[in-house]
Write a protein that binds this ligand. Structure first.
Ligand code: ATP
Length: 368
């Protein structure tokens, strides 16, 4: 694609390859064992992470986990103590400031508070990165026009940021971030200040841009719904380390680490309090199971098969199947009627064989 080709561009298919399937050659960003310490605090403690061309990667983590330090290492504002940072195959961790500048233009950023210049028009805000890059005026106005069309704000080009709604400001932010045709769009909590409806429209726009332009996106967010609705893969950072990484549907269905489970607790089904109050830790009484299923495990007739395998009545008391990235994903709270230790063991073995994750939550008295 030439540097100033018109939008929209041809569709390209986002990469759905896992890190192990993909070679380093399709990597827009690659971090290899990156470490950065502030005094005693290891802000990044050996981070290795690849963002493949055309994918949307969600990066989630608690406050202080290392997300900002990681972003700063990507755009060269922070130098790692050790490790390598590749942008489109070029190692940047040890480049001089002057060499970094053209590489920084390969990363467009959008922010929670938009960071627009209030004294400049919408059009001038969008054209600004091109002005800095020395693009002639007629060319940058043409490009700004195309981008404002793309984000649905062509008629606002002569207005000022304070005349726009939050969602419109973020659309301007997106247009500006795309002006220099970046290889990566880095979204730093870009929907955190928006209401749910506006968030949805911005996410739909980001997904559209990802699909239309094949643009690679790194989404840093504390909103799990954002990752769930637009990301292909998710990486979880904690204490400066990537503790879990994988396809969104898979990680959301069967999170492996306690940190991921805690972060996802707001959107994963939980047992209603009324049922939780009926539980005792030990029998006698029917066992109540939490069963997490995804993909093929969620497709079969799991409940019927479990009933046959254990010879017990199996009651679905809460939960169900959802769809993430076109894959069935679900949490089933199942009551095994009349279960004893032997039946529970058969149930555990059966569910393990089927690839479901299972937890015995407790026992319900027979009369309850
Ligand atoms: N310039 C600095 N000086 C000292 N400590 C720092 C500095 N920058 C980051 N840290 C520490 O490094 C750790 C990681 O911080 P970082 O800002 O990268 O986390 P974060 O995940 O972005 O957090 P938040 O979501 O709150 O922004 C924290 O313990 C933080 O206090």
């Amino acid at each position: 694609m030439n540097q100033h080709s018109p939008l929209p561009l041809a569709r390209s298919t986002p990469s759905r390859l896992s890190a192990t399937e993909s070679s380093a050659t399709d990597a827009v960003v690659r971090l290899v064992d990156v470490r950065r310490r502030f005094g005693e605090t290891p802000a990044l403690d050996g981070v290795s992470l690849t963002i493949h061309k055309g994918e949307v990667l969600g990066l989630i983590g608690r406050s202080g986990a290392g997300k900002s330090t990681l972003i700063r290492c990507l755009n060269g504002l922070e130098r790692p103590d050790s490790g390598e940072v590749f942008i489109e195959g070029r190692e940047i961790a040890r480049l001089r400031e002057r060499q970094l500048q053209p590489l920084r233009r390969r990363i467009g950023m959008i922010f929670q508070h938009f960071n627009l210049l209030s004294a400049k028009t919408v059009e001038a805000n969008v054209a600004l990165p091109l002005k800095i890059a020395g693009v002639p005026k007629s060319e940058r106005l043409r490009r700004a026009g195309e981008l404002l069309d793309l984000v649905g704000l062509a008629e606002k080009r002569n207005q000022f940021p304070n005349q726009l709604s939050g969602g419109q400001k973020q659309r301007v932010g997106i247009a500006r971030a795309l002006a220099a045709k970046p290889a990566l769009l880095l979204s730093d909590e870009a929907t955190s200040a928006l209401d749910p409806e506006t968030t949805q429209s911005i996410l739909a726009l980001l997904k559209d841009i990802n699909r239309q332009l094949g643009l690679t996106i790194l989404l840093i967010t504390h909103e799990m719904e954002v990752v769930r609705s637009v990301a292909d893969r998710v990486a979880v950072i904690e204490g400066g380390r990537i503790v879990e990484e994988g396809a969104v549907w898979h990680v959301f269905a069967q999170p492996q680490s306690a940190v991921t489970r805690r972060l996802l607790s707001t959107i994963r089904p939980q047992l209603p309090e009324s049922l939780a109050n009926m539980l005792s830790a030990d029998g006698p009484g029917d066992a109540l199971l939490r069963v997490d299923v995804a993909g093929d495990t969620a497709r079969g007739s799991l409940i019927g098969d479990l009933a046959r395998e254990t010879g017990l009545g199996v009651q679905l008391v809460h939960g169900g199947i959802d769809t993430i990235q076109d894959e069935p994903v679900g949490t089933l709270f199942l009551r095994l009627e009349g279960s004893d230790a032997g039946a529970l063991q058969r149930a555990t073995q059966f569910l393990q064989r089927r690839g479901a994750q299972m937890e015995v939550l407790g026992h319900v008295a027979d009369h309850a």
